[in-house]
Design a protein around this ligand. Structure first.
Ligand code: COA
Length: 374
């Protein structure tokens, strides 16, 4: 086994900003209440036509460009999401097609807001195994969500929390020291009803009743989720560090799921970590579920808060219930390569190629199916 290293990172957030003041005009709430209870000041909302896959694709191109990787190198694409474009096909397959990732296996992973940590652990293990035939040892791991489409905008207890966006990392197998050191994952399905979308699956298929009873939206028992999160995040962090033979004292930065500032503060207190070592951008984006950790990681790197050889832990909790943490020793020099006209041109050409390839495949399939019909 050789370690998997994070060699590229990228994010995409929609342009449209929804502030607390905007929400206070629609529902019975206030900026003061939302800030005091959650720390969220504003969130991004996908425009009409933007989808989980379209945001995932943007974040992916950014991550590939940062890694200097081409889509054809990828072995594997995992999209962690609770808001896929469709129940099937997988959003990861839409991303695979849009990137022209001709050699990649592609699947979605559902683990609520812990999805990105789960996906990172699965991908790191898959590409670390050197003896997989045909493996190039590169994977794209994405967290992407369009939560605004499953948010009940009449429910003030939940709608103030969530936002849309996507983040992605490129993982590459490499003999050098560092990279993903350990991953701890857990689940407790007995708490599944604390945070769920009741209808739309095979248990409660879409019907007039499910729509009129608003069962296609997020339902949450906030206080219980809060209590679970405040316990699960520090425990998972400790265990991931222990598995890597490290302690909290070795931690340069904790990158937690951005659910709520009070939960981040509780985790910092439980771990005895100064709050400066707990990354937070929850004020700007709210809770973007599986996208929150990769967006936060990307911004922490861009802000110069992560340096080569630093130990970071990404830790999440969410629907399922699920929790997970992964310890990473950052192994690429920072800042990354500055953008150059050649790099921009290379990725424009790769994008044009991927679009042309997808169009040609669809056209051929259409022509072939018409031909068979005659
Ligand atoms: N604006 C104003 N008042 C609100 C409100 C809002 N947006 N939402 C709820 N309230 C009211 C409630 O109606 C309640 O009023 P009441 O006392 O008159 O009944 C009061 O505020 C307290 O509600 P409560 O739900 O007990 O508040 P809370 O302190 O638990 O905060 C959350 C609510 C959702 C912010 C908090 O429970 C939380 O963050 N939970 C974790 C959620 C989470 O992270 N989910 C994602 C997991 S991935």
């Amino acid at each position: 086994m050789s370690p998997a290293h994070i060699v590229g990172w990228g994010k995409y957030v929609p342009e449209q900003v929804l502030t607390n003041a905007d929400l206070a005009q629609r529902i019975d709430t206030s900026h003061e209440w939302i800030i005091a209870r959650t720390g969220v000041s504003e969130r991004r909302i996908a425009a009409e036509g933007e989808t989980t896959s379209s945001m995932a694709i943007q974040a992916s191109w950014a991550a590939l460009a940062e890694a200097g990787a081409s889509p054809a190198e990828l072995d594997l694409i995992i999209v962690a999401t609770a808001t896929p474009d469709y129940i099937f096909p997988a959003t990861a397959c839409l991303v695979q097609d849009a990137l022209g990732a001709t050699h990649a296996a592609a699947f979605d992973l559902s683990a609520g807001c812990t999805g990105f940590v789960y996906a990172l652990g699965v991908a790191a293990d898959m590409i670390s195994a050197k003896d997989r035939p045909g493996s190039t040892g590169a994977a794209l791991v994405i967290g992407a969500e369009t939560l605004s489409r499953i948010t009940d905008w009449t429910d003030r207890a939940t709608c103030v929390l969530f936002g849309d966006g996507a983040g992605a990392v490129v993982l590459r197998r490499d003999e050098s020291e560092g990279g993903v050191l350990s991953t701890v994952l857990g689940a407790d399905g007995s708490g599944g009803d604390l945070l769920s979308m009741p209808a739309g699956g095979s248990a409660e298929p879409c019907s007039h009743r499910t729509v009129s009873e608003r069962r296609h939206f997020i339902r949450m028992r906030g206080r219980e989720v809060f209590r679970f999160a405040a316990r699960a995040m520090p425990e998972a962090t400790q265990r991931a560090l222990e598995q890597a033979d490290l302690t909290v004292g070795d931690l340069a930065l904790l990158i937690p799921h951005q659910a709520n500032e009070r939960i981040l503060d509780a985790a910092a207190r439980a771990l005895n970590l100064p709050t400066e070592l707990v990354y937070s951008n929850v004020a700007r984006y709210g809770n973007t579920s599986a996208a929150s950790i990769p967006i936060a990681l990307c911004e922490a790197v861009e802000e110069g808060l992560v340096q080569r050889d630093d130990v970071i832990v990404c830790v999440g909790f969410g629907a399922g219930l699920t929790w997970g943490a992964t310890a990473v020793r950052w192994s690429v020099p920072l800042p990354g390569r500055p953008p150059s006209p050649w790099r921009t041109l290379r990725y424009r050409l790769l994008q044009a190629y991927a679009m042309a390839r997808s169009f040609a495949l669809r056209a051929l399939r259409y022509i072939f199916s018409r031909g068979l019909g005659e």
